[in-house]
Write a protein that binds this ligand. Sequence first.
Ligand code: ADP
Length: 404
Amino acid sequence: MNVLVINSGSSSIKYQLIDMTTEKSLCSGLVERIGEGMGKLTHKIKPDTDAEEKIVLEQAFANHVEGMKKVVDLITDAEKGVIADKGEIYAVGHRVLLGGEEIKQSVQIDEWAKGIIRDYIPLGPLHNPANLAGIEVAEELFPHAPSVGVFDTEFHQTMPKKAYLYPLPYDLYKTLRIRRYGFHGTSHRYITKKTAQFLDKPLDQLNIITCHLGNGCSMAAVKNGQCVDTTMGITPLEGLMMGTRCGDIDPALVPFLMEKKGWSGAEIDNVMNKQSGLKGICGMNDMRDIHAAREKGDEMAELAFQMFVYRIRKYIGSFAVVVGKLDAIVFTAGIGENDDFLRAAVCKDMDILGIDIDETVNAKRSGQARHIGKPGQRVPVLVVPTNEELEIAQTTVAVLNGKN
Ligand code: ADP
């Protein structure tokens, strides 16, 4: 049984075809620059295995349907294809950014669900229309396969009101649905379930802090297996310092910058989302480049790194208090999984929480969930690799079986 996972952006489609009997990826890829002069399709057969094979095509894709048609050609190709016919796709799982308060769980896509995704376009102006486009592509190209929407905001729906409300006039919440929604929910949920399995603890008794550190970064406070707080807000800009996003700042800076720099709201949005964070401080947003520069004595790279670490530490402290007692602190995503130097810096001098990293195990690389703390510490520290596509595929099957 194969599930196609689609993450549709405004000019791109990320996809992965997963065989649910083995939970292995048959192929994955990215269609980029849709609707632009020259597009690009990168297709990987058996990705991340020794047998990985990559096909790159450069051609124009007028729209998402055209891009996805080419993907279907590759997937079903007589020689290089991984399935014989698109009828072998059992279902399509879609990553959707924002389901608001109405969608508390993943759902089979119908007119109601599409209406909700449409309703939340004002709060997710880039992603929600693109996610809808992906759904429409699937409906057109795979009419036999049901579509399931898996929402980035879902896992955070259990946050209490005191955590998700902004202390703004309450009317803004009632009329404009202004509140904190949180994102990366698929990853935080996957990590939470994996951690429960790894520690052999019932999910509903698990108390952890999850740190998803990639280009986008967010953390979740998980109490009894449920999210009780997260760092991102009404948009993915709030919270931690990120690759190019500023995270928490004083909101009074917005009118100040409007006045001093003459910037419009859109310009400020661009600066805060695309020119800030690590990039804003040192000009680089890839953590590997920042380490290379730091090691050569680049002071701004060092400062960017220290600020990034400091803000993670502040949130660990605050979430530890929110959760009350901790079974683990868990690192995941590109930086969280691969950067042992950063993990050590984050966990340094944290006697207050009973954390101590073991340098040798921390430095070991592995694609498996693992302990990186010294034995006998009060709070274990773990690395648990995330797999958002697999989580979406599993959820898709669960929804269609009525077991989500
Ligand atoms: P996205 O949010 O786009 O899914 P990823 O989870 O892939 O991002 O994370 C991308 C980040 O991970 C980049 O900043 C990259 O530098 C960082 N990264 C990847 N590998 C390493 C590594 N070995 N050491 C440090 N950082 C790494």
